[in-house]
Write a protein that binds this ligand. Structure first.
Ligand code: IPE
Ligand code: IPE
Ligand code: MG
Length: 258
């Protein structure tokens, strides 16, 4: 089976100073609104503005993949009116923004379990992906009704469905093509806004060697300057992938300077 995406646990990926792939947990919308005596949902609305700025910034910086957590498989536990507001906001955002994304040569992808979404939302998601499928400037992936455990489970089920003979013998490489992010390199940089220092069931498999960055800034207040700070922090990290610091230094010294 062809597998062009290198795994960080199998080979050592090439590192660039601008991360190729950034994954973001956009957290803190509710608190942002509460601080302003506004309803929580006003924070979600402003969160869309912040996302617009970050998408543009990533495109300008030459980031190839931006993956954002919009709704987790556990967010259904929220009050019904907030869930319903988020679904409507997602639909409106897709309807309003997709033409703009397309004009800017941005490919839109959506990952997560779509079975719980209504037909209109499912159709709009599919249309948006189809329209932007051949765009090349940036791949924006929105994780909606996504969970890292769901992803691994659905991948195993799909793989075994197609290749039952692999049940006793499958490897990382066999499984990889069935995971939601199979066509993207693993994230270089993970950003979580809103002060919480946890993964909350986001890309569990793919974050194996990702550099983690946490900020107290609430998502609606996250902007280009905040993104630059996260990238600056990333640029200070030594990515060892299990090796010693000396091995990493020897490797970079041996390379012709860019
Ligand atoms: C993140 O902001 C957006 C979603 C989870 C949909 P929150 O809604 O979690 O905001 P806080 O964490 O309550 O402030
Ligand atoms: C994670 O945020 C999910 C999204 C940002 C979509 P939550 O606010 O749901 O995470 P927890 O519950 O604080 O871990
Ligand atoms: Mg939250």
């Amino acid at each position: 089976m062809a597998n062009l995406i290198p795994s960080s646990t199998r080979t050592i990926p090439d590192i660039a100073s601008i991360p190729r792939h950034i994954a973001v947990i956009m957290d803190g919308n509710g608190r942002w609104a509460k601080q302003r005596f506004m309803p929580r949902v006003a924070g979600h609305q402003r969160g869309v503005e912040a996302l617009r700025v970050v998408v543009k910034s990533c495109r300008d910086l030459g980031v190839e993949y931006l993956t954002v957590f919009a709704f987790s498989s556990e967010n259904w536990r929220r009050p019904a009116d907030e869930v319903s507001f988020l679904m409507t906001l997602f639909l409106k955002m897709l309807e309003r923004e997709v033409a703009k994304l397309h004009k800017n040569n941005i490919r839109l992808k959506i990952i997560g379990d779509r079975s719980r979404f209504d037909n209109k939302l499912k159709q709009t998601m599919q249309d948006a992906e189809l329209l932007t499928a051949n765009n090349t400037a940036l791949t924006l992936t929105i994780a909606a009704n996504y969970g890292g455990r769901w992803d691994v489970m659905q991948a195993i089920k799909s793989m075994l469905n197609e290749h039952p003979q692999l049940a006793q013998t499958f490897t990382e490489e066999d499984l990889q093509p069935y995971l939601s992010m199979s066509d993207a390199p693993e994230p270089d940089l993970f950003i979580r806004t809103g002060g919480e220092q946890r993964i909350s069931n986001f890309m569990l498999w793919q974050l194996a060697y990702t550099e983690l960055y946490f900020t107290d800034t609430l998502w609606p207040a996250f902007d280009r300057n905040e993104l630059d700070k996260a990238i600056a922090s990333y640029q200070q990290r030594e990515r060892r992938f299990g090796r010693t610091s000396e091995q990493v230094q020897a490797k970079t010294e041996g390379k012709p300077s860019a």
